[in-house]
Design a protein around this ligand. Structure first.
Ligand code: PLP
Length: 415
């Protein structure tokens, strides 16, 4: 990757950009929400479309000179419709959170009720956390995963809905390793005449590839991030039936945003095109197979996984049973030292804090993009075990760092 113009103008930023390329090449990106986009997506995202104001929608812009912006946005929409089978698509949300904001703003009034999964149980800030606008503008109650099984208890959710009578139920999660039964949640929403927002931010790619059931055509609204498993340009997306199109579009612009980030919309379009190729289905299948291999081997080493395993691209390790004196931060920091980048995460029944929780979350989307197979993921699990089990032993960490180097040398990323 070449940053010659940046280097001429701004050497400090050029150093940081080159440093970041090297960091991504030399470490294992196992933060479950991250991925590595193609050079084609990178080029599109850094294109001259960053200069263009295109407030409005294709064919009805508030500014002149939008013929190429229109073409880009129409292609992004068309491809998204093909990928997920949605009737109506809005590709303008700047992020997954902005996509959710668009839905809430479209159908809720201040003070309306949201029922969503607790953050400690795998939910997301934008689903009603007190630190997010959703927690302040709406009345929020939260459901939890079953304390024993780690699975969502759909009967309990429905009972909670019948008691609380929410205006909207939110499904879709940030740290839930199991397949989501969107139809069961839709039934709960129907029972209380609530909307259902399925936020598939993490599993957009798995749903597009058909390796996870789809909420499109089931839930009223489906939102997502476009830079996670779907591996396209950074941002958000909203999908819904045609009947809601005239509620959603004005809620995104002008309701919550100004001009769209057209360079990112171009990155979304290019990534969606890549995801329509047959190879993407193999990628999505391999991502899940890799997460299962990683999880199985971690369990062989004595780690406890929330819910006992995974159906998707991530595993959530509760360190308390195997390593009661090791916090998620201890593990995260020691692993980062050896080149494995993942995050400390809260777990159901959390007994520490959000800042220093008891678990770690690890995902395989980034590794699978590099070409990792199940065997390579078992090797990663072995390294994770050695490091977490001996997190202040410098010799163990030096050996682990060498093993990570071998993997990053074998499975190369950017030139
Ligand atoms: C990542 C995520 C989002 C937010 O995405 P941003 O693009 O970071 O705003 C929303 N919902 C869920 C469930 C997520 O995991």
């Amino acid at each position: 990757m070449n940053y010659e113009h940046v280097r001429e103008t701004d050497p400090a930023i050029a150093d940081a950009l080159e440093g970041e390329v090297q960091r991504q090449n030399d470490t294992l990106a196992m933060i479950a929400s991250e991925n590595h986009v193609s050079e084609a997506v990178l080029e599109a995202q850094s294109s001259v479309l960053t200069n263009k104001y295109a407030e409005g929608y294709p064919g009805e812009r508030y500014y002149a000179g939008c013929e190429y912006a229109d073409e880009v946005e129409e292609l992004a929409i068309e491809r998204a419709k093909e990928l997920w089978g949605a009737e109506h698509v809005n590709v303008q949300p700047h992020s997954g959170t902005q996509a959710n904001q668009g839905v809430y703003y479209a159908v809720l009034e201040a003070g309306d009720k949201i029922l969503s999964l607790d953050l400690n149980h795998g939910g997301h800030l934008s689903h009603g956390h007190p630190a997010n606008f959703t927690g302040q503008f709406y009345e929020v109650e939260q459901y939890e995963v079953d304390a024993d099984s780690g699975y969502i208890d759909y009967d309990e959710l429905r009972a909670h809905a019948e008691e609380f009578e929410p205006d909207i139920i939110v499904s879709g999660y940030s740290a839930y390793p199991r397949e989501v039964d969107f139809e069961a949640i839709q039934e709960a929403a129907d029972a209380v005449d609530a909307y259902h927002l399925a936020d598939i931010a993490h599993i957009t790619g798995l749903v597009a590839a058909g390796v996870h059931q789809s909420p499109v055509g089931v839930a009223d609204f489906v939102t997502g991030s476009t830079h996670k498993t779907i591996r396209a340009g950074r941002g958000g997306i909203i999908m819904c039936d045609e009947e809601y199109a005239d509620d959603i579009d004005p809620a995104v612009f002008p309701g919550g945003q100004g001009g769209p980030l057209m360079h990112n919309v171009a990155g979304k379009a290019v990534g969606f095109k890549e995801a329509l190729e047959p190879e993407f289905e193999e990628y999505a299948e391999q991502t899940i197979e890799n997460a299962k291999a990683l999880g199985d081997r971690l369990q062989e080493h004595g780690f406890e996984l929330v819910s006992g395993g995974t159906d998707n691209h991530l595993v959530l390790v509760d360190l308390r049973p195997s390593h009661p004196d090791t916090t998620g931060k201890d593990a995260e920091e020691a692993l980062e030292e050896v080149g494995i980048v993942l995050n400390a995460n809260t777990v159901p029944g959390e007994s520490r804090s959000a800042f220093n929780p008891s678990g770690i979350r690890a995902g395989t989307p980034g590794l699978t993009t590099r070409g990792f197979d199940a065997e390579a993921c078992r090797e990663v699990a072995d390294i994770i075990y050695e490091v977490v089990d001996n997190y202040d032993d410098e010799d163990v960490k030096a050996d682990a760092a060498e093993r990570v180097d071998e993997l990053t040398d074998e499975y190369t990323l950017y030139e």
